[in-house]
Write a protein that binds this ligand. Structure first.
Ligand code: NOJ
Length: 766
């Protein structure tokens, strides 16, 4: 190809041509966005394919490390549309300069990275942030991440990860919002809005890359990358709603999942991508494959060769190929074999150029490359303060037996035990972007700073089989007034390709717990990690248990302030905690059985013989240092029209305890008789409310009939006539008030009910 033979000097010679498309070659000048169709008309096939190519600029732990002279040559020849695993205002300015100044057409590059829970200021892992049940906080985190990463030259993050996960064996459960489609949808839209702000072209916003489109979280057996064998109804009602909510919030890009759904690998799944996502949903953004996923169509056994794989992905409307170079090397052959693909190539190029235009890159390709801004915003004090606030909001009090927590100010000597208490790397979690270990304040550092008399002993960790430290831990415990024991999983137990077959505490930590419990001292467990663990013995025998996940750079202060009562925990579980690994998947919104589970073993019902039928801690569970009482539930009317009706459900909630605190008021629904069996309960609204002691507030949820729709046997959203039970409570297994509304008539809906946000108002009696 003539274009690929262009040397830098030759590229310069064609600069005159460039000026017809991109107004100026002066780095400082504002340029004019070109007419994209006219630009595509000027491109050679090699240049068009080049736009579809995303290359590694480095590795996730060695950013920019591959940006050598050969790579720059590719950029000059127009063979690259985007880089990932790159960062830094200055180095990326130079790379961008080569693209816009030395490339024949001067088309800017897109720079991308996995900024999943913070760039330099690392926030709690996403599963933890979901436990805040606070979309505003989650949005704020994404806005901070966008501010920092855009200052570091980035345009695009591969987040939010919105895969619903009901099997905690799957290590990637840490990256998402847990088991529920409604909560997941709110977290998805909050993050998209946080990353993208009001305008993608603002210098401090970035493009969201919602992932991994399809049903990646339903991987069989919790094995990463495994296929999903789920029915169409579950795909529509459970797995897709967060993606739909992200689309409604304006997500400018999506990434396809690695895995297959019902035997069809997502990256080549035209029905799911071209027909559903683009056709039915009307979404027209940039669709990216996951890492080498186009090439993996061969391993899936649906493509005989790379040209086949390229054709399948392009037909499915995958615009950009992450690092596999299948489009780069083999799409031309596929087009030669099937010329109809060329029109699809043009569509893909146009969508990629549109993303570049929307980011403002044609107008000013250098606006993300201000080194002074980069230095000023990184880890700004207000970012660290946000990380602390959100970490505090993510903590869930699972148990508080005899009012063990908060600890008294004069708690005496505290034995702090557990290697995780002194492990800063783990608090950064999976995907740490530019997070630095030295930025983290650990539990040990924070507790030693806050409390005069602390003895720290590691005892045991989550990785080794070494029990030698247990004796020293027991000695320290005997000598103390209270034990704070940090146990769970370190950062490397969860994340991509980190599936486990057992949800029990790894290493010798259970032995450590038992030895400490035997001392008879008050025992507070601080449970860390990126997934629910099966901890029935701890739940029974510890005096108090706090789930603190992996909380980011402010983990230590957030946990200590919670232990001491300066923060009253208000988080709730975004995912059920099983009693044993064999109980998974266990989720609150299961279907009723013809023989509902009954603890009476004399009856043949849907339960285990050797385990109680309930989870250890249910979805939505979370205690407080204060108490909340609920009054009666009032509906604004007893019946609504299926076609466009709405009803407001109001409940008073009172703080009847001794201190201020937050309650997450949760609204669930059930359709008891329908054309298809409906879940025993489904979340349809929530509000995190702060109440002073004695204070009552009226929490009002406005539900629309569209939120009662089901995915019908005919394959559409259907609102059926009949009753709907509305339940309000403090957890999915702690319903405090109920009412029934009647739906009159029937109607069809437009989108998944879980994707629709329920407006909530909170009125006072302060
Ligand atoms: C593979 C992962 O599945 C995806 O989530 C990530 O964004 C890419 N690698 C890029 O790092």
């Amino acid at each position: 190809m003539a274009a690929s033979a262009l040397a830098p000097a030759a590229a310069q010679e064609t600069a005159g041509e460039r000026e017809t498309t991109v107004a100026s070659s002066d780095p400082g000048a504002e340029r004019q966005s070109p007419d994209l169709e006219a630009l595509v008309a000027q491109m050679t096939m090699r240049e068009k394919i080049g736009q579809l190519v995303q290359r590694m600029g480095g590795r996730s732990k060695a950013l920019n490390s591959r940006l050598g002279p050969d790579e720059l040559e590719k950029v000059r020849r127009g063979e690259v549309g985007s880089y990932l695993h790159v960062a830094g205002a200055e180095p990326l300015r130079e790379l961008q300069r080569v693209a816009v100044e030395e490339g024949r057409l001067g088309i800017p590059l897109l720079f991308a990275m996995d900024v999943v829970h913070g760039y330099r200021t690392i926030f709690p892992v996403p599963l933890a942030m979901a436990a805040s049940w606070d979309p505003a906080a989650v949005r704020e985190h994404a806005a901070v991440a966008a501010r920092e990463s855009s200052a570091a030259g980035l345009h695009w993050t591969f987040a939010p990860m919105v895969d619903i996960a009901r099997d905690p064996r799957w290590g990637r459960i840490v990256e998402g919002a847990g088991e529920d489609a409604y909560l997941g949808s709110r977290m998805a839209e909050a993050q998209v809005r946080g990353f993208q702000g009001d305008s993608l072209s603002a210098p401090d916003t970035i493009m969201a890359g919602t992932k991994h489109f399809g049903a990646y979280g339903a991987a069989e057996g919790g094995r990463d990358y495994a296929g999903a064998e789920v029915g169409e109804r579950a795909i529509q009602e459970v797995y897709l709603p967060p993606f739909r909510a992200a689309a409604e919030a304006g997500s400018a890009s999506y990434m396809t999942a690695f895995n297959a759904v019902d035997g069809v690998p997502t990256t080549g799944n035209a029905a799911l991508l071209r027909s559903l996502l683009r056709g039915e949903w009307g979404w027209d953004g940039l669709l990216l494959s996951d890492w080498r996923a186009i090439e993996e169509l061969l391993a899936h056994g649906v493509a005989a060769g790379r040209a086949d794989a390229a054709a399948l992905a392009l037909k499915a409307s995958v615009d950009m190929d992450m690092v596999a170079d299948v489009y780069a090397d083999d799409l031309e052959a596929a087009i030669a074999a099937d010329p109809a693909l060329e029109a699809l190539l043009d569509q893909a190029v146009l969508r990629i150029l549109a993303a570049k235009r929307d980011l403002g890159l044609f107008d000013n390709p250098y606006k993300y490359h201000d080194a002074a801004r980069e230095a000023a915003v990184m880890l700004a004090p207000e970012h660290r303060a946000a990380a602390r606030r959100i970490a505090e909001r993510s903590i869930v009090l699972l148990k508080n037996g005899t009012g063990t927590l908060p600890l008294a100010r004069d708690a005496g000597r505290i034995a702090l035990i557990g290697a995780l208490a002194d492990d800063p790397l783990s608090q950064l979690g999976s995907w740490r972007a530019r997070g630095q270990v030295e930025d983290v304040v650990t539990l040990r550092a924070a507790l030693e700073a806050a409390h005069r008399d602390v003895t720290y002993v590691p005892g045991a960790d989550s990785r080794s089989d070494d029990a030698e430290g247990i004796a020293a831990a027991v000695a320290a415990a005997r000598d103390a007034d209270v034990i704070v024991l940090a146990i769970g999983e370190d950062y490397d137990w969860s994340g991509e390709a980190r599936s486990r077959s057992s949800l029990e505490l790894p290493g010798r930590q259970m032995e450590l717990f038992e030895a400490l419990e035997a001392t008879g001292k008050p025992l507070v467990v601080v449970l860390m990690g990126g997934r629910p663990l099966a901890i029935p013995a701890i739940a029974e025998r510890a005096d108090a248990v706090l789930a603190t996940w992996l909380l980011g750079i402010e983990a230590g202060p957030a946990i200590v302030r919670t232990l001491m009562g300066d923060n009253n925990p208000g988080g709730k579980l975004p995912v059920s905690f099983p009693r044993a690994t064999g109980q998974v998947p266990v989720h609150y919104d299961h279907l009723p059985s013809g023989r509902p589970a009954d603890p009476d073993l004399a009856k043949d019902t849907a339960r285990y013989m050797d385990l109680p039928i309930t989870p250890l801690y249910a979805f939505g569970h979370g205690l407080s240092y204060t108490r909340f009482d609920y009054g009666a539930l009032a509906l604004s009317q007893p019946r609504i029209a299926a076609d466009g009706g709405s009803v407001t459900a109001t409940v008073p909630v009172t703080n009847t305890g001794p201190r201020a605190g937050d309650e997450v008021v949760q609204l669930y629904m059930r359709d008891p008789v329908a054309s298809v069996s409906r879940p025993v309960r489904q979340l349809r609204g929530f509000a995190r409310v702060t109440l002073q002691p004695g204070e009552t507030r009226e929490v009002a949820f406005t539900l629309s009939s569209a939120q009662f729709a089901l995915w019908s046997q005919a394959g559409e959203w259907l609102i059926e006539p009949g009753t709907i039970e509305v339940m309000i409570g403090s957890a999915s297994d702690d319903i405090r008030a109920r009412a029934v509304v009647e739906v009159v008539g029937s109607a069809t809906g437009r989108i998944a009910p879980a994707a629709i946000a329920t407006p909530v108002t909170i009125a006072g009696n302060r």
